[in-house]
Design a protein around this ligand. Structure first.
Ligand code: NAI
Length: 400
């Protein structure tokens, strides 16, 4: 079938297997170059990693970095759909099929579990695989971005993207028409805040670590990292002070709890505060796509723009896996350092008030935003012939 992008607002309902493969190959090429640059200052080198949320965005980049910069064996957990009938598989499915095939060719162990990471069953299945194949993991990355969480008793909690103090009225990019609109983001109820914390907070991360420790499937000196975002004041009402910010605050507290609880074993939990980037998760947050396209414009001009793979590689090679991890006063790894640079933020603030539908192309990197968006689903990659028929069915060696 000839696959074309079908974009509905902030989501694309199709994905291209060849394009996703090229996207993964490009990230692998970057990670391999970084491997050559690794020097003796990289004190720690993870060998057996578990990545929860491994198929797209930051989690995929993490898996690629660990495998190709550090030669680590990786087990990934994801929630993706394979192709059926006229429907293509999801991008994360194709990414993972490609990653596993590259890894197999390069003699790297890579296995994936597809299912709900929040569930006990998937935790048990993952742990059984770790014990069978790797014995124990020495690194656990928590990179889930989920819309909902189903509890063992069937209760479902949903993550909502709302303000928490006042209704937030702001300029926003209408992704359906590329126009600047005024978005009004309502205030969440207490229940909605709690529900978002259940989904995107740290409870499930802690449950994973507890389960791994209980099963003796994690090394004593293991490192675990969860990804977070803070952002500039401009987006505080929707992010840092919004429902998602409350969940992230819970995640941050969980890092301290995990480190404290497993201090004797030497397990250390970190928060890595990453840069805002176009991913399936961030595209869904109101106001953020406009901010990202202004950010891209400024950072590309300054030469400080990074994508997921560059961010994650820098996290490992320059912040985390060095003699003494480079953390801020709260203990966070700050990969948002370039984003929050005052020069960058001053320029964004200056353009924020001026940006309109008419000057959007000049003031914001709207093309860069959309390029990243399409790339995520395997479209618009150079070297791919999109007029060619492709087979949508693609198996993931470790799954089917
Ligand atoms: P993403 O949407 O690209 O990736 C989410 C991953 O979670 C995918 O692998 C997906 O399969 C998996 N997943 C979702 N629900 C699942 C479930 N129930 N069970 C198993 N796997 C499931 O998202 P992105 O942006 O890479 O986000 C990852 C983390 O990074 C999140 O915590 C996010 O808040 C954080 N982050 C993202 C930033 C951004 O701008 N995109 C910035 C800073 C942090």
């Amino acid at each position: 079938m000839i696959i074309e992008p079908k974009v509905r607002g902030f989501i694309c309902t199709t994905a291209h297997p060849t394009g996703c493969r090229v996207n993964v190959a490009n990230q692998i090429a970057y990670a391999k170059v970084q491997q050559k640059k690794l020097s003796s200052h990289s004190a720690i080198s993870p060998k057996k990693a578990l990545i929860i949320g491994s198929s797209t965005g930051y989690g995929l980049a993490t898996r690629i970095s660990l495998a190709y910069t550090y030669q680590a064996s990786t087990i990934g957990v994801m929630y993706e759909k394979e192709a059926s009938g006229n429907r293509t598989a999801t991008a994360g499915w194709y990414n993972t099929a490609a990653f596993e095939s590259f890894a197999a060719n390069d003699g790297l162990y890579a296995q994936t579990i597809n299912g709900d990471a929040f569930s006990r069953e998937i935790k048990d299945e993952t742990i059984a695989k770790i014990k069978r194949d790797l014995g124990k993991v020495d690194m656990v990355i928590y990179s889930l971005a989920a819309p909902r969480r189903t509890m063992a008793d069937g209760t479902v909690f949903s993550s909502v993207l709302k303000a928490t103090t006042d209704t937030f009225v702001s300029k926003s990019l209408d992704l359906r028409h590329n126009t600047i609109e005024e978005a009004s983001i309502p205030t969440a109820t207490e229940e909605e805040i709690e529900s978002t914390i259940k989904v995107m907070g740290g409870e499930d991360w802690a449950e994973w670590i507890d389960a791994l420790v209980a099963a003796d499937a994690i090394e004593g000196n293991a490192i675990t990292v969860a990804y977070s975002y803070i952002g500039p004041e401009l987006t505080y009402p929707i992010y840092k002070e919004g429902t998602i910010g409350h969940a992230k605050e819970h995640l941050h507290k969980t890092a301290n709890l995990i480190t404290k609880e497993y201090q004797q074993r030497g397990i250390h939990a970190y928060i890595s505060v990453n840069k805002a980037l176009v991913t399936q998760a961030s595209a869904a947050i109101p106001v953020v796509p406009l901010y990202i396209s202004l950010l891209y414009k400024v950072q590309k001009e300054l030469g400080t723009h990074e994508g997921c793979i560059e961010q994650i590689n820098r996290m490992f090679t320059e912040k985390l896996l060095i003699e003494k991890p480079d953390v801020d006063k709260n203990g966070y790894l700050r990969l948002d350092d370039y984003e929050l640079d005052s020069k960058v933020q001053e320029q964004i603030n200056a353009t924020w008030d001026k940006v309109t539908t008419d000057n959007l192309k000049d003031l914001a990197d709207i093309d860069g935003y959309w390029d990243d968006f399409y790339t995520m689903f395997g479209f618009k990659l150079s070297g791919v012939n999109y007029t060619e028929e492709v087979d949508t069915a693609m198996s993931i060696p470790s799954i089917s």
